[in-house]
Design a protein around this ligand. Structure first.
Ligand code: ADE
Ligand code: ZN
Length: 328
């Protein structure tokens, strides 16, 4: 099995309906109206409606133990598919909304990472995410809180939410705070915004990666610039197809970007919402984008090198990739 690494997955978005139901029952919380389409399917119509459903699911995740379980279940699933490293995009704003302190939130996240490593040998790290539609002040507050709480498991910073309605420029200060605190920076752009949104995200302090970035394909000069700068794209093909950014895998630009020399990695974004897994994304890359086993190992190598993990961990993971043996 090809060792895999994932740089783009939203933590609250990893919890499957069954886990959300178990957590709600344990907390004595009624399941929010409109959360599920049926027993095993979240209900959403389009991207903005998906963001609402995402918030509903996150609203039942209430305790440190809940967060631990969400992290543990997801990392365990990834390990079963051959993943050796996952960066989890975690949102202090969602935890705060249910009354958790950031200390409690983090205690759960870190326990999940430790337990998954102990049981399955997988490594996880946290990227603090702000939600752009909550506004600039909230983003700066969350960035400042992260900056004031350095921890070896908290390695990066991201901005998610409604890209079309909330473009990057006003968030410059939030990224400055994160970068100055030593956090690696990436930003959602080029999913619901075009090339201009990606250019604006590239201008944010500290940004070395773009979350999605796939609509760069609309502007060949930007594609060339991404390749030249070595900016790494966290590409989530199934998310893009299911959400309708591209109509099908055949029209997805993964291959075009890669062939133009852009560094591309694979992510599942919000797995149960889109029917994605990290193993599935590697399979999509093999089946639809023509990547062979060596190419897929290269994708993992790109992800490990671009990860915000510390140098020692990166070295260990790269060694593990090199010595992982032939495909199974
Ligand atoms: N939050 C969760 N998933 C997201 C996505 N694909 N884009 C922006 N914000 C998100
Ligand atoms: Zn995302």
């Amino acid at each position: 099995m090809v060792p895999k690494a994932e740089l783009h997955v939203h933590l609250e978005g990893t919890a499957r309906p069954g886990l959300v139901r178990r957590i709600a029952a344990r907390n004595g919380v009624a399941l929010p109206e409109g959360l599920f389409a049926d027993e095993d399917t979240f209900a959403w119509r389009d991207f903005l409606d998906f963001l609402n459903t995402y918030d509903l699911a996150a609203s039942v995740i209430r305790t440190a133990e809940d967060y631990r379980d969400v992290v543990y279940e997801y990392l365990s699933d990834c390990a079963a598919e051959g993943a050796i490293y996952v960066e989890l995009i975690a949102s202090p704003d969602h935890a705060r909304a249910v009354g958790l302190t950031e200390e409690e939130h983090r205690a759960g996240l870190f326990q999940g990472i430790d337990d998954a490593r102990a049981d399955h040998g997988i490594e996880g790290r946290i990227l603090v995410s702000v939600v752009r539609n909550l506004g600039v002040e909230a983003a700066e507050r969350t960035a400042a809180e992260a900056a004031a709480m350095p921890h070896p498991y908290v390695v990066g910073f991201n901005i998610a939410g409604d890209e079309a309605g909330f473009p990057p420029p006003p968030f410059i200060r939030a990224f400055e705070i994160a970068r100055d605190a030593g956090l690696g920076c990436t930003a959602h752009a080029g999913e619901w915004g075009g090339p201009e949104s990606i250019r604006q995200a590239l201008a944010l302090p500290g940004v070395t990666r773009i979350s999605h970035g796939v609509r760069a394909v609309e502007d060949p000069a930007l594609v060339a610039e991404l390749a030249e700068r070595g900016t790494v794209l966290e590409v989530c093909p199934t998310s893009n197809v299911v959400l309708g950014v591209f109509p099908d895998y055949g029209s997805h630009p993964f291959r075009v970007l890669r062939d133009a020399g852009v560094a591309v990695t694979l992510g599942s974004d919000d797995p149960p919402y889109f029917g994605a897994t990290i193993g599935g994304e590697y399979a999509v890359a093999a089946e639809h984008f023509g990547l062979d086993e060596g190419d897929l190992r290269g994708v993992t190598e790109t992800a490990l090198v671009a990860s915000f993990a510390d140098v020692a961990l990166k070295r260990r993971l790269l060694e593990r990739l090199g010595s992982a043996g032939p495909a199974r």
